[in-house]
Design a protein around this ligand. Structure first.
Ligand code: SF4
Ligand code: SF4
Length: 175
């Protein structure tokens, strides 16, 4: 076995009599570990060849970063993201299937007039599963991409969507 001192990089010593090899990470706190792996599965402890590395570096320069600068830039949520639920009162028929299927009791539909329904969603209770959206046969509920909904006051998390006066009115939300 070779003893390595003051080396710049990780060294693997494979000249052991058994099927293991010694991995040594030199430094102030040297770490040594014997790794037993079948010879065929041994990890490649050698550096990536400079040519290959250069290609990776150049590729990365022209690639878009995988991360974004959120919250400094706007978060671009994917389609079908399940964020804040909104209500389209003109489509609601008051069947209350959404209320029945909501696993957290976060949604309430109230009849406020002839074929007029109001919807209250408690954003503090909602788990954003969008079950209500799937359950509604009239497409009166919709999941949006809005997710910045945190509040220090619990009562501001109750959103009321008023009944529509005229069809096509998207419903005014009041909190
Ligand atoms: S929102 Fe949809 S599921 Fe809920 S009461 Fe209205 S029509 Fe029914
Ligand atoms: S998204 Fe889920 S938890 Fe929220 S109101 Fe709809 S069914 Fe209830």
């Amino acid at each position: 076995m070779h003893h390595v001192h003051h080396a710049d990089h990780i060294r693997a010593h494979e000249d052991r009599p058994d099927d293991g090899f010694l991995l040594e990470i030199p430094g102030t706190l040297s770490i040594c570990s014997i790794i037993y792996r079948p010879r065929s599965e041994r990890i490649n402890t050698q550096m990536i060849r400079p040519g290959k590395m250069l290609k990776q570096v150049l590729d990365s320069i022209f690639k878009k970063p995988a991360t974004t600068k959120y919250p400094l830039t706007k978060a671009n949520m994917p389609d079908k993201f399940r964020g804040k639920i909104i209500f389209h009162p003109e489509r609601c028929i008051g069947c209350k299937l959404c209320m029945k299927d909501c696993p957290s009791g976060a949604i309430e539909i109230k009849k406020v007039g002839d074929k007029q329904f109001e919807c209250e969603i408690d954003l503090g209770k909602c788990i954003y599963c969008a079950q209500c959206v799937d359950s509604c046969l009239k497409k009166a509920l919709e999941a949006t991409k809005e997710f910045e909904l945190a509040s220090l006051q619990r009562d501001t998390l109750k959103v009321v969507y008023k009944a529509a006066d005229t069809p096509g009115d998207a419903g005014k939300a009041s909190q």
